[in-house]
Design a protein around this ligand. Structure first.
Ligand SMILES: [Zn+2]
Ligand SMILES: [Zn+2]
Length: 410
């Protein structure tokens, strides 16, 4: 489920509607292009039908957490994945609906802003606890719930807070989205006493999309975490409200059916066990690969797709490229065409490192029992665009023989 959220254009103040993952905004009124700086927790409120005569002091916003992404679970014998696309109450009131369910479908959502009339009820549970409740509610396999796992990670596409508007008339609390009664005010007492007004750091900010280096206009897809300046041949990602440069390169290839797709090449280090080179990784994971001098010379790099794929294909592509990386020709800069969107951010790619490592381990070796103690630290990341040739429904990376089925991309 993809939700759209309304923002105010920073230039003209008119409404712009962005997808939840979108970063690049084009204002339909003043045509300004800006780049969304996401607050650490984006917050939006459901459209309400609160009668105009209700006073602001009788309006409250009740918090839900929205999680969309994939939960990867590493067991001793395999890595499984589960898609999560849910909202979950961020408190424990039994009178509140446990999730927003279908309420969010096709409804207008507005980013919270300072002119809102009511007060915000605080979240009372830590985000990790809310995620666990949401995952348990979405649980499909009893088998997996009861089996011990060795590592679990939620790779998020969206983590945000969505408020359900409530209002009081007399001694009754009403759902501001549907107008239905949600019980007597006394049942909501503790929530209504834990409110907070709008906080300045909840505000969404927008950056100008001019290249920090040469001042030309940056380009990118709507949901791209990386912007490209064709004028001075640089790539940029947003970090704490400013654009910082990110190294990038591409492997040249001509041809009609050639498309370049982005991958994150992460320079990784692990001190216990000592994993410093590609040879160390192959040995530790028991891969049946003949180790040559090149493997011993190659620094440990883990490759992760920079575009959204189905979870199993994502892990397979990461494993394949990591092990085949010596076959990738040297990269070049100065790409002349339009670069494909990098919908998986560097931070998201780094979040998958341990899962990719577990997926590389051959015949689920003994090292997995120590996975909890292994720290894979990422020292830096570069973006590499690899050429793929289209062969029927499959795209093939000719240097590494990585195949991507068209339906595996989404
Ligand atoms: Zn505008
Ligand atoms: Zn530039």
């Amino acid at each position: 489920m993809d939700l759209r959220v309304e923002h105010e254009c920073p230039s003209c103040g008119k409404v712009m509607s962005l997808g939840e993952r979108d970063r690049l905004a084009h204002c339909p009124s003043c045509f300004d292009q800006t780049y969304l700086v996401k607050p650490s927790l984006p917050r939006a409120v459901l459209a309400d039908r609160i009668p105009a005569e209700v006073d602001g002091s009788d309006i409250f916003y009740y918090p839900y957490m929205r999680f969309k992404g994939v939960i990867y679970t590493s067991f001793v014998d395999r890595v499984t994945h589960r898609l999560l696309d849910v909202t979950q109450q961020a408190r424990t009131e039994a009178v509140a609906p446990p999730s927003l369910g279908d309420r969010v479908r096709g409804t207008r959502l507005t980013r919270v802003h300072r002119a809102m009339r009511g007060r915000f009820i605080r979240k009372s549970l830590p985000t990790g606890d809310i995620l666990q409740r949401a995952a348990a509610r979405a649980e499909q396999s009893i088998d997996e719930r009861s089996r011990p796992f060795i590592h679990q990670v939620f790779v998020s596409e969206v983590v945000s807070c969505i408020y359900l508007p409530l209002y009081r008339v007399g001694d009754t609390i009403f759902d501001g989205a549907t107008g239905r009664s949600l019980g007597a005010k006394k049942l909501w007492q503790s929530a209504l006493h834990q409110t907070i007004s709008f906080q300045p750091h909840w505000q969404s900010n927008f950056l100008s999309t001019l290249c920090p280096h040469c001042g030309d206009v940056l380009e990118g897809g709507a949901d791209s975490s990386v912007m490209h300046c064709r004028q001075c041949d640089t790539c940029w990602l947003e970090d704490e409200g400013t654009f910082v440069s990110v190294p990038y390169g591409y492997v040249p290839m001509q041809g009609e059916d050639v498309a370049h797709l982005p991958f994150w090449r992460l320079r990784v280090r692990c001190d216990q066990p000592k994993l410093y080179t590609l040879a160390d990784l192959i040995l530790a994971t028991n891969r049946p690969i003949l180790i040559k001098a090149d493997h011993k010379r190659a620094e440990l790099m883990i490759w992760v797709p920079g575009f959204t794929m189905a979870p199993a294909a994502f892990l397979n592509a990461a494993r394949h490229l990591t092990l085949a990386q010596l076959s990738v020709p040297p990269v070049r800069g100065a790409y002349r065409g339009k670069l494909a969107s990098v919908s998986v951010s560097l931070t998201e790619a780094m979040g998958t490192l341990k899962t990719v490592f577990a997926h590389i381990v051959e015949k689920r070796g003994d090292i997995l029992n120590h996975l909890a103690d292994i720290t894979l630290s990422c020292r830096d990341g570069a973006l590499v665009y690899l050429p793929f040739q289209k062969r029927g429904p499959v795209s093939v990376q000719p240097h590494t023989s990585l195949n991507i089925e068209e339906f595996e991309r989404n």
